[in-house]
Write a protein that binds this ligand. Structure first.
Ligand SMILES: [Zn+2]
Ligand SMILES: [Zn+2]
Ligand SMILES: [Zn+2]
Length: 350
């Protein structure tokens, strides 16, 4: 199941349950290893130039993307230079504006048009920077762009669900190296969010409080999995993380939607995100990773028991038949061990 990491033969594995979704994972590795045991071998990443004349996301090539839908600019008109962050429709969209909302039967099956939206958030004019290498101000602009796009969908047409996610590196499924995130708006609710929202609602019903708030309190009390803490956020390795070094960023103030963050919170999130990704890059030698922003869907008006958050998945292992066949993940690094490494880690220099 793993490319870079081998399991210990003498370690007693542990099954752990995700507090919110109640999904089980196997933690199959103990303590006593160094980050270099998990890190991406040096030489796997090629050096990347600062500007690539063939890249559609680089400055000067604005005409090679569909017209922008949002930009943070110091100057220049729409679809010209002078931007710091630029949001454009994805040319190779997974879901499109066109199409109808009708559900249809195909024999026994159900189908509908792939109606929705797919956007690219171009995070920097520079071709070769990962998010943690950008200035805090730049990361703040990226977060502002995400908030604005969530708001655009929350106030506009009813698409059931909006996900902002980031793929970085070949193992995380990126096709273009220029720094970018993506947004997909879909007319259906994904299972993952449904399970989280149901778990949060059930916890609220039985215990009268938010499961994520309870988790934050518990993590701060034990400190075992805390990676960092700021005024408004905590970064914590997930107790039942599916991926080695899986790290969650949670706002201390309960809000069901990401877009509801204040300016001060957004600035703090920029610091936390930059810091966390920098630590992962330092610890694991710039691994491929994905992250996702989990926020309550705009079309749901009666959500009470939710708490938006970000989940970061370093991709240092490969999924195998057990994961695909059972949906139970094998995580080869104990989250407590990962937290120790990440607390000590610093972003790479140069
Ligand atoms: Zn580029
Ligand atoms: Zn909460
Ligand atoms: Zn989540």
């Amino acid at each position: 199941m793993s490319v870079h990491v081998r399991r210990d033969a003498d370690f007693q594995p542990e099954l752990r349950k995700n507090l919110v979704t109640r999904e089980w994972v196997v933690i199959a590795r103990g303590r006593g290893k160094r980050p270099s045991d998990f890190a991406v071998p040096t030489g796997e990443q090629e050096p990347v130039p600062e500007h690539d004349s063939k890249c559609p996301f680089c400055t000067g090539n604005e005409k090679n993307t569909p017209p922008e839908v949002f930009a943070v600019r110091d100057g220049g008109g729409a679809n010209s230079g002078g931007w710091t962050v630029r949001v454009v429709p994805n040319k190779f969209a997974a879901l499109r504006r066109e199409g109808s909302d009708q559900v249809r039967q195909v024999g026994l099956h159900t189908a509908r048009d792939g109606h929705g939206a797919h956007e690219v958030i171009i995070e920097s004019p520079a071709h070769n920077l990962d998010l943690w290498e950008m200035t805090e101000g730049q990361v703040e602009s990226v977060i502002e762009a995400c908030q604005q796009r969530f708001l655009a969908y929350e106030s506009g047409e009813i698409l059931h669900y909006v996900l902002v996610f980031r793929n970085h590196g070949a193992r995380a499924g990126t096709s273009l190296e220029h720094p970018h995130s993506q947004l997909i708006a879909a007319p259906v609710m994904p299972r993952q969010l449904q399970v989280e929202m149901q778990g949060a609602a059930a916890y609220w019903e039985y215990l009268g409080k938010c499961v994520y708030c309870a988790l934050i309190e518990d993590e701060l009390r034990s400190g075992e999995r805390i990676v960092l803490e700021t005024r408004h956020f905590i970064g914590v390795t997930a107790f039942a993380g599916r991926y080695p070094f899986e790290t969650w960023i949670l706002p201390k103030r309960r809000a069901i939607r990401f877009a509801a963050m204040s300016e001060e919170e957004a600035a703090d999130l920029a610091r936390v995100l930059k810091d966390t990704l920098g630590r992962l890059a330092g610890c694991l030698n710039r691994p491929s990773y994905n992250y996702a922003i989990h926020t309550a869907p705009a079309a749901e008006h009666n959500v009470r028991a939710y708490h938006w958050h970000m989940e970061i998945f370093p991709r240092i292992t490969t999924l195998g038949g057990f994961e695909l066949g059972s949906d139970i993940y094998i995580n080869v690094v104990a989250p407590e061990e990962a937290a120790v490494f990440l607390r000590e880690a610093k972003a790479p220099v140069g």
